[in-house]
Design a protein around this ligand. Structure first.
Ligand code: HH2
Length: 274
């Protein structure tokens, strides 16, 4: 049964907010990427530079050295995307076997068009260094969705055959902005552009789900909220969700797919599905 797709996060970085340092070693990264593929990830998203609020940029040569060997090792086994804002890194990853460019700067579509690659177009206000200082919108839903649709049209006109739009949860957004965007996702789905959503382990989950001590839930206690928001996005019609916990999300995706598209109770009663 068709189900929403799951993109597994593989951060080959020392400083990512949720798993920094765990997969900086190429062998550990490869093993984790293969494990995510084995758990049902449709795409593994390899990144060599953290985009967490306040992150410091990494030189292109360093980012390439992190990403390319891992992409090479994974690409024969699973579809690979490269999470980068640098054309040079994206080009090297595509040459190494990646087939999707995942771009929070929403500027690299000419390169995706030239390479015949898929393209994830993300909305971000500002840059990771400063984006969470004081995000401001008059109409967050209208501005973000309008931006995505106009860029997606540009990317398609430039020749990209496969475009996903992503509202960029946490990229220059307050908790209220994130919630408004999530609440209105069905309107973005209605535009007809395939939707990708990444909420996994993000700060707004911690801030909404305070622990018994009244403090925001730390990263390692954001799994239920990550699954809930990914499921919400899939029910709203997202084509793909970007997550750290692949196995649990694939199970949710299967259930969303089956619930939305059948087998229905009639088929079960008729013995066609059990
Ligand atoms: N979020 C992150 C990074 N890349 N790409 C897309 N398309 N959508 C997202 O929501 C998104 C993304 C941030 O998460 P993570 O990779 O876990 O952390 P870090 O940026 O610190 O490496």
């Amino acid at each position: 049964m068709a189900r929403p797709q799951v993109m597994g996060v593989l951060n080959v970085t020392p400083d990512s907010f949720s798993d920094g340092g765990r997969y900086l070693d190429p062998e550990a990264a490869l093993a984790h990427g293969l494990a995510m593929a084995g758990a049902g990830a449709d795409v593994v998203d390899v990144g060599g530079e953290s985009s967490r609020p306040g992150a410091t940029p990494v030189p292109a040569a360093e980012e390439k050295a992190r990403v390319v060997p891992v992409v090479e090792g994974l690409a024969p086994h699973v579809r690979v995307s490269v999470d980068t804002v640098k054309a040079e890194v994206a080009a090297a990853a595509l040459a190494a076997g990646a087939s999707v460019v995942n771009d929070i700067s929403a500027a690299l579509w000419p390169l995706a068009a030239e390479a015949g690659a898929g393209y994830v177009l993300v909305h971000m206000q500002g840059t990771p260094a400063t984006m969470q200082v004081s995000p401001r919108y008059d109409d967050v839903v209208g501005e973000v969705f309008g931006f995505l649709v106009s860029r997606a049209e540009q990317a398609a006109a430039a020749g990209v055959d496969e475009v996903w739009v992503d509202p960029g949860i946490g990229f220059g957004k307050t908790v209220a902005h994130n919630l408004a965007l999530l609440r209105h996702l069905p309107e973005l789905v209605d535009t007809g552009w395939p939707l990708l959503v990444g909420t996994s382990r993000k700060g707004f989950i911690g801030r909404l789900a305070l622990g018994p001590d009244g403090e925001p839930a730390p990263v390692e206690r954001r799994r239920p909220g990550s699954l809930a928001t990914a499921t919400w996005a899939m029910l709203a019609g997202a084509s793909m969700v970007r997550v750290h916990d692949v196995a649990a999300t694939v199970q949710a995706a299967v259930l969303v797919g089956d619930t939305r598209l059948g087998p229905d109770l009639g088929a079960v009663a008729a013995g066609k599905a059990s």
